[in-house]
Design a protein around this ligand. Structure first.
Ligand code: 5RP
Length: 222
């Protein structure tokens, strides 16, 4: 099965899983990327009445608007019952690396604001140890070099993602070669470097449910 077909299948499985939480009075959160896009497509095709969604990026907001799904402000919704989003890597404890699409900061905010975080991916994203995918770090432009040096001190090899400005007006450093034996401690250490907005480790607030599409089935971890 192609990767695109797996993304669609896992999005359908996520929709079935959360559909009882979707109605005309309940806000939901929706992430960014090709798998999250499949979820938006499935949601729109269902024609189910939805109050609206908090979007983790301008790209997701555009897709939701295209389907006529209302955009909601997280400051007005309060806690969201569910957030559905993809990931670049997921480990057996449901810790994640996110930010391949440069939306990590809003993704982390919405994940934190949600009662349940359902992560959806194809099975190529499942790893024993996080770190094969370079770890994205969102950085205030003034601090790019300072943060880069601090990331080298932490054992990484940061690479400036050329030509990318995040929805928040910041830059991305992709950190290669990081040893991520203790994702939560590393997340906290990186987030404490002055100039870091946030890093793409989701370990302090991991996923609650991970749905993975394999060639045959949908695998569920929680
Ligand atoms: C965006 C993300 C995405 O969830 C991640 O990059 C996965 O994307 P895709 O579903 O296209 O593989 O973190 O910032």
């Amino acid at each position: 099965m192609s990767q695109d077909a797996k993304k669609r299948r896992v999005a359908e499985a996520a929709f079935e899983k959360v559909r009882h939480l979707i109605d005309s009075e309940t806000p939901i959160g929706i992430g960014t990327g090709s798998t999250a896009n499949c979820f938006i497509d499935v949601l729109a095709e269902s024609k189910i009445q939805v109050l609206g969604a908090v979007a983790s990026s301008e790209a997701t907001a555009e897709r939701l608007e295209h389907y006529g799904i209302a955009l909601l402000d997280l400051n007005a919704t309060g806690t969201l019952p569910v957030y559905v989003d993809g990931a670049d890597e997921a480990d057996t404890n449901l810790n994640l690396i996110k930010g391949g699409g440069a939306a990590l900061t809003r993704e982390k905010i919405i994940a934190e604001a949600s009662a349940q975080f359902v992560c959806i991916a194809d099975d190529s994203k499942y790893v024993d140890l996080l770190g094969r995918f370079p770890l994205p770090v969102e950085v205030i432009p003034l601090a790019r070099s300072l943060v880069g040096r601090a990331l080298v001190e932490l054992g990484g090899d940061p690479e400036y993602r050329q030509g990318i400005v995040t929805d928040n007006g910041n830059l991305i450093l992709d950190v290669h070669g990081m040893c991520i034996n203790d994702p939560k401690s590393l997340e906290l250490a990186i987030n404490q470097i002055p100039g870091v907005v946030t890093c793409g480790l989701f370990a302090k607030r991991p996923a609650d449910v991970l749905l993975l599409a394999s060639d045959k089935d949908i695998l569920e971890f929680s």
